[in-house]
Design a protein around this ligand. Sequence first.
Ligand code: GDP
Ligand code: MG
Length: 196
Amino acid sequence: YYRRSWSSESSDSVISSESGSSCYRVVLIGEHGVGKSSLANIFAGVHDSIDSDCEVLGEDTYERALMVDGESATVILLDMWDNKHEGEWIRDHCMQVGDAYLIVYSITDRASFEKASELRIQLRRARQKEDIPIILVGNKSDLVRCREVSVAEGRACAVVFDCKFIETSAAVQHNVKELFEGIVRQVRLRRDSKEK
Ligand code: GDP
Ligand code: MG
């Protein structure tokens, strides 16, 4: 049985839980209103009817054990990018603490898509020389009639970003599980290639 083993004082980037599985800090970034918190809520299981195994560590930090490809992983999800009353330091903090990033835009909002490129550049600058796993996330895929960014554009952008791409809908819970499994796989790929 998994219990919380991570605390905010810890500065290790990858921490082992008591069960021996790896623990990854995943950070949600992107324009306000694109659906970051909605994705985080699904991750946290607030919509689950049965008792969820997610722990809420703080207002905007969630932790949950996931089974991916037969191997368990613990993901700590940070949704504090829009937490303005904490001041600008929070964004610098976000840029530093992630083991992996979900750069989210809305497919119904071209400005949010352009913002994603800016964030990619900021992240590259903040974490020079590090090969950080990133998924570019086109959310609100259910809003087909309001689409402003095509799937092809999203995909092409991810090629430039050198990262993975997925379209999700938090509203109808499409591809959300795949998104979180995908980021665990991306972290593992880099970990495994380092061990070689
Ligand atoms: P955040 O500011 O990035 O955290 O975005 P929120 O999660 O607060 O979502 C902003 C608004 O978009 C809310 O009204 C959500 O209900 C809505 N929203 C989020 N995800 C989706 C989605 O996948 N489809 C639709 N139709 N609406 C969404
Ligand atoms: Mg939010």
